[in-house]
Write a protein that binds this ligand. Sequence first.
Ligand code: 13P
Ligand code: SF4
Length: 329
Amino acid sequence: MTLPVLQERPRIEEDPLDLMEEIDALKREKDATILAHFYVDGEIQDIADFTGDSLKLARDATRVTTSTIVFAGVHFMGESAKIMNPQKRVLIPDLLAGCSLADSCPPEQLAAFQQQLRAMGRDFHTVAYINTSAAVKSLVDWIVTSGNAQEIIGRVPKDKEILFVPDQHLGRYLMEVTGRKMILWPGACMVHEVFSIQDLIRIKRSHPGSVVMSHPECPQNILEISDVIGGTEKMRQHVMKLQTPTTFLVATEASMIHPLQKAAPQHTYIPVPGIMSASGETCACNRCPHMARNTLQKIRDCLRDGRPEIEWKDYFSKAREVLDRSLLQ
Ligand code: 13P
Ligand code: SF4
């Protein structure tokens, strides 16, 4: 999806505590509920009414009782909330908060590839990771998240092939754990692709007894040396179950440390650094630049101004059937 290029005005820093108070008052005045993904800044997670992984937030969106939802996450998450709640106003703090993974699968290219496969006589179901545009969701049979992928793959009839889009790494991992063969779309997340295997091995060596915990969007070389593989909610559940203080090396977006720390403060969490492919240097690219577009100021502004808003599109109805069947039933 091509997002509009907006001119950004330089922002004056405001006191976070004042902003939090303002947001609280505006929430009541505007009858709004704030949903925040685990990858946005901790201070935003702290003021949200619901926090979670993609699966929980999609489900939470259907339980909101206010007339407005503010989704602190990325564009496809706001779209999914709107699809599930056509009658509600869904605002996102920054329209430019996209997703490299969703962008790697444009709907026209997917439709053309599906057509090609059908012309070859292939009998398949298309399974899409939730990190896709609504236009892509309207072209597929199933939507999965990191939290329910295995269960949904189990629902695809055994006599069908599976076309999995857009994350090749998650798809490869799902082939391994489900035993189903898949045709993989060559997409990837810009954050999970850059973890440095050398740095991870080095940190693991210098922290004997540490546990490597990775998101299945990571490439195979990272997953191969991981002790725990799972989406963000699975990570949270895992650390909560463990009482003995443990050092976790976390290979996912760095803001995830915030909910982990809150849920299980007895442990130590070390974010695995990324590496720049051009220079080979270690970088702070384990922060998603799209998620980082969410700020307290922008949340206050969008509550106050009632925009940017996710507008309903015709193809949302088809996407809704798929989301409903995959995430709510
Ligand atoms: P989950 O929180 O569902 O694991 O998703 C991770 C992600 O990349 C969201 O953009
Ligand atoms: Fe997309 Fe990756 Fe950012 Fe998630 S972390 S929103 S998959 S670019």
